[in-house]
Design a protein around this ligand. Sequence first.
Ligand code: UD1
Ligand code: UDP
Length: 400
Amino acid sequence: MRKILIVFGTRPEAIKLAPLVQKLKAESLKLKATICVTAQHREMLDQVLNLFEITPNYDLNIMTNNQDLFDVTIRSLQRLKKVLEKERPDLVIVQGDTTTSFVASLASYYMQIPVAHVEAGLRTYNKYNPFPEEKNRHLTGVLADYHFAPTEWAKNNLLKENIPEEKIWVTGNTVIDALLTVVRSQKSVARQKGLNKYFREKWNLTLPTDSGTNTNNSKLILVTGHRRESFGGGFKNICLALREIAQNNPNVTIVYPVHLNPNVQKPVYEILGPTQTNRKDQIKKNQKNLFLIDPLDYEPFVYLMSKSYLILTDSGGIQEEAPALGKPVLVMRDTTERPEGVEAGTVRLVGTNKDRIIEETQRLLENPKSYEEMSKAMNPYGDGKATQRIVDILLRELWA
Ligand code: UD1
Ligand code: UDP
């Protein structure tokens, strides 16, 4: 029986690979799927493992506080060696652009084990933006044998790099599979009541009833940010912009689940804090409409996206999910490896300049025409069947 080892380490990889893990496990008569997490993330990974009921066979537990790229690379490379030696899989599957994805591909190459790369071919062609993700993804592609590209554009990037066409398949992005599964599970009134209660009781937050606007006309802005190239000045600008938007728009509620990276936590809590548990200080600082909360489990996070009026983010995954939900996204980055959302008109790059972030947000808050233009639901990243396509390709084309 063929043996597949699936390796991942961070929250977004886990979300995007969870549907594939589930489907591969269901093919237990045809193949043996083994899961190895590097645990480059800990809490944020475990949240996803719990939701999708995935129990890894190997947990390399590499995360340390405030780790740098060398820490992640060395620790995962060393620990993966032992797993590969023991398992000797026929194929290793990796996803995306993290250091875990790159290192798992490198380790597999050293052992001469074929690699399949999910979400292959995205590029900005700027090696420091996003950093180190642009080169992580490129290098993973150089080492991989099979490339699952989410879109035609991504496929074309790979063709330009002389990857043979017969090794590339356009599948859609598996994030849409994960997203639609969660969205479907939130259709019932009972489930929505439960999620509203969760936000009310845990975070002291009353969510809008529909379209991001609640009965007292409050609009919800959802914020996330974590990119290394924005550490320092970029994050300071983002925080100052958020503070001004909150102060200028008392009818707006800003919710920011803050990434656990200390390089994010520090400026965000220093500039916008104190923490959610200390609402009195927040109110004193005239920021009672600004909520800093912990990273959310994927289910409540998807619900929050669906309740948002607009999303400010530098996240890759959210750029893919928000268009499917019809939510305008202002991307606080200078480049994107996901131009399809920009072309579709639902995503706009605004960089990390304070005034630009404020101006573009204000425009969407005040100008219904601009808002309407950006809030059409569309899905450039897939139809929710990417995972099935990948499984079919593995079973029918690669191992027929
Ligand atoms: C990583 C990925 C990035 C991806 C992002 C998704 C790399 C180099 N970076 O960046 O591509 O977009 O994940 O979120 O692969 N931490 C915790 N608990 C957690 C997660 C992180 O405490 O569950 C803290 C730790 O102090 C850790 C730090 O965050 O050292 C940085 O984590 P790391 O994975 O190196 O970087 P991210 O910014 O999360
Ligand atoms: N996400 C989540 N909880 C949060 C913030 C984000 O579950 O508090 C989800 C989000 O819906 C998306 C993924 O995490 O699927 C994106 O992760 P992140 O932004 O950390 O990484 P990126 O996609 O930029 O690599």
